[in-house]
Design a protein around this ligand. Structure first.
Ligand code: MN
Length: 242
């Protein structure tokens, strides 16, 4: 549910390998200007879907691209990566991040809602505040907030995408135990995320499946079935939304 196909050194090669393996991929973008080029990577492969995004870490450079976001939203079934980042390196740009996030959510609202993959690093509370009453289905990707923030997100109807980097930490495993299993999806966040020192590829979701099997103490096949059913339900829920 969350990888940056366009940011691998050889995106076409990674896309071809995804096709060969027959995996479902949500290919997220960090700027609206990347939308058309990244969409091309999915040409002829129904299993790769592209998401229209404006990453909070780029908001201060790309706030003018909100216009492009508005222009492309009608073509996009999925949105991301969007959100807020309150960590040390980016909190100086908080005001512009918040402005961009609000504009983007407004655009999504006007379009009738979308499935959204959301960044909430050091900003979970503010992200949830902004999502209150927003149309669409939010998926919190690689959630690192507190237990109480996670509970609030669950109550608000948020979904969660979890990957090898998150599940290998004690905190990640603890947070997972609080998420209803029917709201869990897998991700890698490659090429940004690493696991065991290696950059994750989209098909390394398999490692997340293994971790989920261990943490939930159920067979891997059951995890696969559950995650696939969850994906189907997510897509069905959102299409009945609008
Ligand atoms: Mn990401």
């Amino acid at each position: 549910m969350h990888c940056h196909l366009d940011l691998y050194p050889d995106p076409a090669k990674v896309a071809a390998e995804c096709r060969k393996r027959g995996i479902y991929v949500l290919s997220v973008t960090t700027t609206p200007s990347a939308w058309h080029g990244t969409n091309k990577l999915a040409l002829g492969n129904e299993k790769i879907r592209t998401a229209l995004g404006l990453h909070p870490q780029l908001a201060h450079h790309r706030s003018h691209e909100v216009e492009l976001f508005n222009a492309f939203i009608s073509e996009a079934k999925y949105v991301g990566e969007i959100g807020l980042d309150g960590s040390k390196e980016f909190k100086d740009h908080w005001k512009i991040q918040l402005k961009v996030f609000r504009q983007v959510l407004k655009s999504i609202n006007n379009a009738g809602g979308r499935i959204m993959t959301i960044h909430s690093r050091s900003s979970a509370e503010a992200v949830l505040d902004e999502l209150e009453g927003a149309l669409g289905v939010p998926i919190l990707h690689w959630f690192t907030g507190s237990r109480s923030e996670l509970k609030r997100a669950v109550d608000m109807g948020c979904w969660f995408s979890v990957g090898p980097a998150m599940l290998s930490t004690k905190k990640g495993a603890d947070l997972l135990s609080l998420i209803p299993r029917h709201r869990v999806l897998t991700e890698t966040d490659g090429p940004f995320a690493k696991f065991n020192g290696k950059t994750l590829n989209p098909w390394d979701c398999e490692a997340a499946v293994e971790q989920l099997a261990n943490l939930w103490a159920i067979p891997k096949e059951d995890v696969c079935h559950m995650v696939k059913t969850n994906l189907k339900n997510l897509v069905a829920t959102s299409s009945s939304d609008h």
